[in-house]
Design a protein around this ligand. Structure first.
Ligand code: URA
Length: 219
């Protein structure tokens, strides 16, 4: 049996889709176990109604990337483009995030990208703490399955939600934290960097630390 990488699988599925194929059945034996578990959970939760955010939802944005990633990136919540497509970080902020990763020699497909809340808060407001609490079990399950060695939290909402501290973002930076026993870095949310380009130099300091740590991880 030939084995293919996730990128090739994605390209092949896109090709099938363009050719008019809508349903593909894949034997569980041929997929890595974490991929199956994540896909099953996404399917199970995509009609979630645990909080009010489901009322204006188009798509539940579970997360995407390498199911066995060494690093998971966690943002705040889906925006308009993400809500429309079901994919995290694909709008302007997402494009900047992809560039930030490339600047530290990491491809988007190498990591797993998700958010604290999986449905778009109306008008991109910050998620309420009750909404975060409803949604966190999904994130915790994702982390348990992926079992990453590093987390990178993007912005204050992600930092506050996971680290349970109420401080300005800059005080989370420059040190590592721990979430569920996983070493955790915090940096600026790419949307904040789009609004305040002068902060990019600070984000670059954070990213270099993440890069150095990432390069030393077990493969
Ligand atoms: N901002 C986020 O926090 N997450 C996304 O997926 C997109 C924008």
């Amino acid at each position: 049996m030939t084995s293919i990488g996730l990128n090739q699988l994605k390209q092949y599925l896109e090709y099938l889709n363009l050719s008019g194929v809508e349903d593909v059945y894949i034997s569980k034996r041929q997929l890595p176990d974490p991929a199956i578990r994540l896909a099953e959970l996404e399917e199970a939760f995509r009609n979630c109604t645990k909080c009010e955010l489901h009322q204006e939802r188009d798509k539940f944005v579970y997360g995407e990337g390498n199911p066995q990633a060494r690093m998971v990136l966690i943002g705040e919540g889906p925006g308009a483009e993400e809500n429309a497509t079901g994919k995290p970080f694909i709008g302007k902020a997402g494009q900047l995030l992809t560039k930030m990763l490339q600047a530290i020699n990491i491809e988007r497909d190498d990591v797993y990208i998700t958010n604290v809340v999986k449905c778009r808060p109306p008008n991109n407001r910050n998620p309420l703490s009750s909404e975060v609490q409803s949604c966190l079990p999904y994130l915790d399950e994702q982390l348990e399955i992926i079992s990453p060695q590093l987390l990178l939290l993007l912005g204050r909402v992600a930092a506050e939600s996971l680290l349970e501290l109420d401080q300005p973002l800059k005080s989370y930076r420059g040190q590592t934290h721990e979430y569920k026993g996983i070493t955790t870095y915090v940096t600026y949310h790419p949307s904040a960097l789009l609004r305040n380009p002068a902060w990019k130099k600070f984000a670059w300091v954070d990213l270099q630390k993440v890069r150095d740590h990432y390069q030393q991880l077990d493969v």
